[in-house]
Design a protein around this ligand. Sequence first.
Ligand code: SAH
Length: 339
Amino acid sequence: MSPEAAGDDRPRSLHDYMAAANAAYYGSRDPLGTQGDFITAPEISQMFGELLGLWFADLALRADAGEAVAYVELGPGRGTLAADALRAMAKAGLTPPVHFVETSPVLRETQRKAVPQAVWHGDLSSLPTDRPLIVIANEFFDALPIRQYERTAHGWRERMVAGTPLRLVPGEADCTDAIPIQLADAPLGAIVERNPASEGVMAALSARIATQGGALLVLDYGYEGPATGDTLQAMKDHRYADPLAEPGTCDLTAHVDFAMLAAIARANGLRPAPCVGQGAFLTGLGIDARAAALVRTNPERADEVAQARARLVAPEAMGTLFKVLAVRHADWPQPAGFA
Ligand code: SAH
């Protein structure tokens, strides 16, 4: 987004604002890591990607699809998760073809260095149609643009971005039809979020998995809706920032409604496993044993490994706010980690 666009006082939906700001943001930089604006689980420790790789291999082998299955990742960032996962999988004898769905040219370049054999896609439509897909999406859905609706004295209105400086104001049109029925009587001032892009991605992937076989693993911060609340946030230099100041220069995210994603999968004939926290999931996959093994071979890294493990699983860190959803083809076995 150009700096002038920040001063544009024509109202547009928060959705259009967030889509344009994030496209500009991700399209122009590598935002991850200590030099960037935020850090993600795979950038905290190799243990994260390795455990997901073993999760993948275990599921593919138990489904008897080890030869056929493709590794698909949505928004792979620096390619770190995929590189760690593929290394762990190779030790289990699995070397699937790799498909990345990524829009950012800058991040594609970084991913190419980490996983040179990957095939890149701008959207889901060109993913292979001839084999089962196991799809991983870590902190992907949270970057997709939301719509926000506000209960005003005149009824439900979509929130628009307008003015100088930019601020959120209710639009003119009545939006009652967009509100889940359970929330229609929410109190004055209540905010409801919808994420049409996430709903579209989930529907398209679910249809693919229902036809081709496979599973989808979603890890992100979120809740099980329907619920009210404003979850829009901006991160810059590892701090919260004002989402409306300097559009395109910070990472805009919103919490993911896992119940909505599971409902779409179910409507397409897939089986969702009940959502678990990231801490319980990684513990179930054996993060403690992996951490102990890493320390045995690298005793000098004991503190670093212990800190990384705690960040990934502790309830006050990423252990409970981050949730994990797995959905699978009805004939596929239950994935590991969902007790
Ligand atoms: N999964 C990575 C990166 C998370 S950041 C990790 O955990 O480290 C979000 C990622 O999604 C980035 O790679 C970003 O470029 C990508 N992304 C954002 N919007 C996208 C879209 N609409 N389509 C495809 N990729 C997108």
